[in-house]
Design a protein around this ligand. Structure first.
Ligand SMILES: [Fe+2]
Length: 356
């Protein structure tokens, strides 16, 4: 029986609920052979009333992470691995190499004397340094030596290599827009013949040239920041000063956004980052936004309550707040939180929202 026939039977209405359901099911099976499916069966799940994140709130405690990452150092060299990274996978997205729906996160370690060879890729990356002192990342001709709390930028297609000339292991948080790039199916990678790139600029040149309220004359705007390393030594005193002056956001604490100093825009077109100092005893007001966010604790101790789940964090812990989940921070002692999300990508598309 066709749908039309079912409708015309009897008093013009479907002869019975059972019959019309059977007819519909037969129709769905027939159109499936043509790779088609009815929108009305999936409408509410693909066009939801509000964001429904596939992610869950999660925290990785540094004590666990460090011992496991150190163990990986005995299993594989950086030369063999190219990048010795343990991926932080959201428990709800296991096997997908991502911490949020759009962001990759991992802990990278480089041992004394090792070199992570030069390459570049369409995905943009940042490093937030957790542990160690004196390893470097060379990016676009600048060799940046890193210290805990430093925020290092590797823009889309920027050649980069890492080396550890210090005597201690160096660990940092990598965050990349890999899932975003792969969503668009635009991944490219290129390895270089030479393991390290020629550097022409001194450590700190880009921060001095572009991040000091002046710009080299004739600087043209780019869609990513020209600063390679936003050092903790420069940024921490700014949020401390904001805290002292009472410039404290009731939700986020004394917080700065890392900016492209040429345009004032985000550091990367796909990712934006912040550094916040929370005073001792801080209890933030609830907040939510559509950008799922990766946090790293640089200093202090506190909690983040994510939709009723309490994440207890301390130094170097990394945690995730999914899209649109309400959250608030508390700080048991003065604390510093780094955070990063895909907000600029959402804003460029006109789909970003926030709410209390
Ligand atoms: Fe890379």
């Amino acid at each position: 029986m066709t749908v039309a026939a079912a409708k015309k039977s009897g008093n013009g209405k479907p002869s019975s609920k059972h019959n019309i359901e059977a007819v519909r099911q037969a129709f769905y099976e027939r159109i499936a052979k043509h790779d088609m499916t009815p929108l009305w069966k999936v409408m509410s799940s693909i066009i939801s009333k509000e964001p429904v994140s596939r992610c869950v709130p999660v925290i990785w405690h540094y004590d666990d992470v460090k011992s496991l990452v150190m163990e990986s150092g005995g299993l594989i060299s950086t030369e063999e691995a190219k990048r010795r990274v343990l991926i932080l996978e959201n428990p709800a997205l296991r096997g997908e190499s991502r911490a949020t729906n759009t962001l990759f996160a991992g802990i990278q370690m480089i041992l004394p004397g090792e070199i992570a060879p030069a390459h570049r890729h369409a995905a943009a990356a940042i490093r937030f340094v957790l542990d160690g002192e004196g390893a470097y990342t060379a990016v676009e001709g600048e060799k940046a030596f890193m210290s805990p709390g430093d925020f290092v930028i590797t823009a889309n297609w920027a050649p980069h290599d890492h080396g550890n000339t210090s005597k201690k292991p160096m660990l940092w948080l990598d965050v990349l827009d890999v899932p975003t790039v792969n969503f668009f199916e635009t991944s490219f990678t290129e390895n270089f013949d030479e393991p390290t790139q020629e550097t022409t600029r001194k450590d700190g040149d880009s921060l001095a040239f572009y991040g000091s309220g002046v710009l080299p004359d004739g600087t043209a705007a780019m869609n990513h920041t020209p600063v390679i390393n936003y050092t903790y030594a420069r940024t921490r005193p700014i949020v401390a000063r904001m805290l002292q002056s009472g410039d404290i956001d009731r939700r986020h604490g004394a917080r700065v956004r890392y900016a492209n100093p040429v345009t004032g825009g985000p550091v990367l077109p796909t990712m934006s980052a912040w550094l916040a100092m929370l005073p001792k005893g801080f209890r933030g007001e609830p907040y939510r936004s559509t950008d799922g966010t990766v946090f790293a604790c640089a200093e202090g101790r506190g909690t983040t309550n994510v939709d009723g789940k309490v994440l207890e964090w301390g130094p170097r812990d990394v945690f995730v707040v999914p899209s649109w989940k309400p959250y608030f921070h508390t700080a048991a002692e003065q604390s510093v939180l780094f955070s990063i999300s895909d907000r600029p990508a959402q804003q460029a598309l006109g789909i970003w929202r926030e709410a209390k």
